[in-house]
Ligand binder design. Structure first.
Ligand code: FES
Length: 274
């Protein structure tokens, strides 16, 4: 059981919650996730990345977007409600070291899992450039928190309503063309964004890490739902990842498999709200 200590609505379908979870708050490392359930026994288990933790309060922060039945149900929970189940921290932590100049690229809700990674990279002594992007100004999240970490901060919106009217790949390409070029890029967001970030850095041979957490289902290594092709190998995102070398990931295969869940997701969402 885990009590909800705080809830904030960022946009129509994006929410932040702080959950009472002192042991997870103590143990978690950047890049790790939790699994929670909104129903007893037969409820769906969903993985969510830990966006932050406060060991004094004994809490972890999650940020989620309503995309299906369980996230819709989670969004109806209020402060002091209890989640029936919460386990973590899970997944391989992000490899953190002083790479030199790193660029962190976050798109949409992907800024949430990027936040603790950018924090850890900064703490390790890196020069951190953060690029965040969203379709429009109202969909940008954690702007102040990311600004507080960054040595250089760039905001892009698709419609030009805030920051630069550009896709995140435009400033990323410019940074790759500079001398010195980045030593490492980490990109987290919609798979298509991570694909094009990886294609942008490939000609410059800048190591690019991506987080494939959106394809995870139960996070146990048993359902096989999170299979991805990385180089010549098949990997399970929940146990081998969630981070991989973006230049080796078969994004087209991943995007096709993600789309294959869409109908069933829509069906259960509809049954829940109607
Ligand atoms: Fe089920 Fe990875 S999410 S095996």
């Amino acid at each position: 059981m885990s009590r909800i200590l705080f809830k904030q609505q960022f946009t129509e379908d994006v929410f932040l919650m702080r959950l009472h979870a002192p042991l997870i708050a103590e143990e978690r490392q950047a890049g790790q996730f939790i699994i929670l359930q909104t129903d007893d026994d037969f409820g769906e288990r969903i993985p969510l990345t830990i966006a932050d933790a406060d060991t004094k309060e004994g809490s972890i922060t999650i940020i989620f977007q309503v995309v299906g039945k369980t996230t819709k149900q989670l969004s109806t929970f209020s402060v002091d409600d209890e989640l029936p189940a919460l386990v973590g921290p899970l997944g391989t932590p992000t490899h953190i070291e002083n790479f030199g100049r790193v660029v962190c690229v976050g798109g949409g809700i992907g800024v949430a899992p990027l936040h603790p990674i950018a924090q850890a990279l900064k703490k390790a002594g890196n020069h951190v450039t953060i690029i965040t992007g969203a379709r429009t100004k109202d969909l940008l999240i954690l702007e102040n928190e990311m600004k507080a970490i960054a040595d250089e901060f760039i905001v892009c919106t698709d419609d030009g309503s805030y920051g630069r009217k550009a896709l995140v790949t435009a400033p990323l390409k410019e940074l790759c063309e500079q001398t010195p070029k980045p030593d490492m890029v980490i990109s987290i967001g919609p798979p298509v964004m991570m694909k094009f970030c990886s294609e942008t850095t490939r000609p410059y041979q800048v190591f690019t890490q991506v987080s494939l957490n959106t394809i995870m289902v139960d996070g146990t290594g048993m359902c096989g739902g999170c299979r991805v092709n990385v180089g010549k190998e098949v990997k399970f995102v929940c146990v081998d990842g969630p981070e991989f070398d973006g230049h080796l990931v078969d994004f087209d295969n991943m995007i096709n498999r993600l789309n294959s869940y869409k109908d069933i997701e829509r069906h259960h969402y509809k049954c829940f709200v109607e």
